[in-house]
Write a protein of this length. Structure first.
Length: 201
C-alpha cells in the first residue's frame, strides 16, 4: 500500500516564521530550514529572538490565525487524498497547526510540541522523535507501506530520498542545484501528476 508524506510549510501553507517576521518587523525570523539545515540550532535561535523581543505564543497564534493555505493547496490535497492516504510530516508544532489544518480539511498531521509557560512564554520545544521525517518514513515502511514524499527544504531531503519516489516542490535554487537528480516542481497540478504517475505504476 502506498502512502504520501508531505511537508507542510512552504508546500501547503506559507512559512509561519516568515509571516511572523513580516508582522513583527523582526527580519531575523525570516530564516527557515531552507537556510539552516540544523533544525535544533534554528529553533534554539528563534526562541532566543522571541525572548529578546518579549514575544510569546499568543502573538504567534494571532499571526497564524490570519494565514491561509497557498492558492491551490486545498484542491491539491483533496485530489491526492482521493487517490491514496496522505500524512503531513512537519517540524511545526501542535500549538501552531490547528487553524491551518482546519483550512486544509483536517488532514493527518505528525508534528512536534512547544513547552509554554503560564504567561505565554515559549520556553522550549520537544521534537516527537530524532530525525522526525526520516524516522516516520522508515516506521511506515516497516509496517508495509511504500512511501512517496515531497518537500521544499533541507530537512525534507532524507524522507524524500528514503521513499520510493520523492520530489522537490517550490524549493530554493541552491537545494535544486545540490540535488539535480530529484524532480522539482513549481505548480500543484504538476506535483499531483507526478504522484499519480507513481501511484499508477
Amino acid at each position: 500500500m502506498d502512502i504520501v508524506c508531505l511537508d507542510m510549510e512552504g508546500v501547503l501553507v506559507p512559512e509561519i516564521w516568515i509571516a511572523f517576521s513580516e508582522q513583527t518587523g523582526i527580519s531575523e525570523l525570516r530564516r527557515t530550514t531552507r537556510d539552516e539545515p540544523d533544525y535544533d540550532k534554528l529553533m534554539t535561535w528563534r526562541l532566543g529572538v522571541l525572548r529578546e523581543h518579549g514575544l510569546g505564543i499568543r502573538e504567534i497564534q494571532d499571526v497564524i490565525a490570519g494565514i491561509d493555505p497557498l492558492p491551490g493547496a486545498r484542491d491539491f490535497l483533496d485530489a491526492l487524498r482521493r487517490e491514496t492516504q496522505v500524512i503531513i510530516i512537519s517540524d511545526t508544532f501542535e500549538q501552531f497547526a490547528k487553524p491551518l489544518m482546519e483550512k486544509l480539511g483536517w488532514p493527518t498531521l505528525f508534528c512536534n510540541t512547544l513547552e509554554i509557560a503560564e504567561d505565554g512564554t515559549v520556553e522550549d520545544f520537544r521534537m516527537r522523535c530524532p530525525e522526525s521525517k526520516l524516522t516516520t518514513v522508515r516506521a511506515l515502511q516497516s509496517m508495509g507501506f511504500d512511501t512517496l514524499a515531497a518537500g521544499d527544504s533541507y530537512n525534507d531531503l532524507a524522507m524524500i530520498r528514503a521513499s520510493r519516489a520523492g520530489f522537490l516542490f517550490r524549493s530554493t535554487d541552491q537545494i535544486k542545484a545540490d540535488n539535480p537528480d530529484l524532480a522539482a516542481f513549481e505548480e500543484f497540478d504538476d506535483l499531483l501528476a507526478a504522484f499519480e504517475a507513481e501511484l499508477g505504476a
